[in-house]
Write a protein of this length. Structure first.
Length: 113
C-alpha cells in the first residue's frame, strides 16, 4: 500500500510516536477506474489503514506467524504464561488458607484485656 502521509500521534497513547496513513494501491495506479471488489469507499479514496512507522511497531505487522520459529516461540511463551497463572492462583489459595487459620486461632484464643 502506498504511504499517503505521516504524522505524530499524540492522542492514542501516552508516548508520542509517528504513524503513517496508507491508501489503496489500486486508487493510485494508472488505468484503474473502479474497485474490483466494489468497495463502498472507492469514491472517497479507497481503502485506507493507519500503522505505526517505528521499527519496533512495524515488526509486529511483518512477522510470519505461520513460520515454525514463530510457532515455537509462541508455544513457549504461552506455556510460561500458564505456569505463572497457576503460580499466582496457588499463592492466592495459600494466602486464603493462612488467613482462615489465623481466624480460627484468634477465635479460640481467650480474650485478654
Amino acid at each position: 500500500m502506498p504511504c499517503l502521509f505521516t504524522y505524530i500521534d499524540r492522542t492514542l497513547t501516552l508516548i508520542e510516536h509517528e504513524r503513517a496513513k496508507y491508501g489503496c494501491p489500486l486508487q493510485h495506479a494508472e488505468g484503474s477506474s473502479a474497485c474490483p471488489i466494489g468497495h463502498k469507499r472507492w469514491a472517497k479514496g479507497g481503502c485506507t489503514t493507519t500503522l505505526p512507522t517505528s521499527i519496533s511497531a512495524r515488526l509486529r505487522y511483518t512477522l510470519d506467524r505461520e513460520s515454525p520459529a514463530y510457532k515455537d516461540a509462541y508455544r513457549q511463551r504461552t506455556a510460561t504464561e500458564r505456569i505463572n497463572s497457576q503460580a499466582n492462583r496457588n499463592s492466592l489459595i495459600y494466602t486464603l488458607i493462612n488467613l482462615r487459620l489465623l481466624q480460627r486461632i484468634r477465635r479460640r484464643r481467650p480474650a485478654t484485656d
